[in-house]
Design a protein around this ligand. Structure first.
Ligand code: 0O2
Length: 226
């Protein structure tokens, strides 16, 4: 579904500003008031991203000393865009409010950790989950149980505290851990998904699945070599 900022503004007006006697200026002020808590919430998610990135950087540092190599190739963080949040809430028929965002969307803060070997994915997952300020909410192991299309990755939803000036706030973060090879496949598959003009879709799906299986085999052979 195509969505843009104007649609979001219109929806917020329709959802929340029902008083027909309000002037344009009053409407804008009211929208601003409603967006303020959402902006505040987004800044807390950015803090949570920093916390999780630091956790992985620390583990990478320690493991590089212990095992004489870095288990992490790269870490990418992203904050879900306002448009995507809105589209997701709209799909679920939920309101665009701070409370609704916080309780219904788990992947506003996302961290992707690209590892050298499959073994590193499991080592880092275990090391992270045994930290006493990390609470596991959901774990999906798409490496041991790949998706039907061949997608492989470790998915975690965790809750961690962020420490603010006067309080502590618990925040949810989605973490995806995968090898360089799995990431290569997922990135290309993601791009191909948006190519609507594909003629022989069944053939393309099968090809992608075959490529995922070949990539998994290469991952296993590289691990054996190591
Ligand atoms: P984006 O733009 O990457 O954020 P949920 O988010 O919980 O409503 P679901 O399907 O239950 O949806 O969660 P799941 O299975 O943990 O997958 C969430 C994310 O994993 C997706 O986020 C993708 O980033 C990635 N992912 C899952 N399946 C595939 C796949 O088949 N191919 C690729 N390339 N990536 C996948 P979003 O929100 O879809 O997109």
């Amino acid at each position: 579904m195509e969505i843009n900022r104007l649609d979001i503004a219109k929806q917020i007006i329709n959802d929340n500003i029902t008083d027909p006697s309000m002037s344009e200026a009053e409407k804008f002020n009211a929208i601003g008031q409603q967006l303020l808590p959402i902006q505040e919430l987004m800044s807390y998610y950015r803090c949570a991203l920093m916390e999780v990135e630091t956790k992985f950087n620390v583990l990478n540092e320690e493991m590089s000393i212990l095992f004489d190599r870095n288990p992490i190739e790269s870490i990418k963080s992203r904050e879900k865009s306002f448009e995507s949040i809105f589209a997701k809430l709209q799909r679920k028929g939920l309101p665009m409010t701070e409370a609704s965002i916080a309780s219904n969307i788990n992947d506003i803060a996302g961290v992707r950790v690209i590892c050298s070997f499959q073994e590193d994915v499991y080592k880092l997952t275990d090391a992270l989950l045994q930290q006493d300020d990390v609470t596991l909410i959901i774990k999906k192991d798409y490496i041991r149980n790949p998706k039907e299309n061949g997608y492989r990755s470790m998915h975690l939803i965790i809750e961690i505290p962020i420490f603010l000036a006067k309080r502590k706030k618990m925040m949810r973060v989605e973490i995806q851990l995968r090898t360089i090879a799995m990431d290569y496949w997922a990135s290309l598959e993601h791009k191909l998904k948006y190519k609507q003009e594909v003629e022989d879709a069944a053939h393309v799906i099968q090809e992608l699945k075959d490529c995922a299986d070949i990539i998994a085999l290469v991952d296993r052979r590289m691990e054996k070599l190591r």
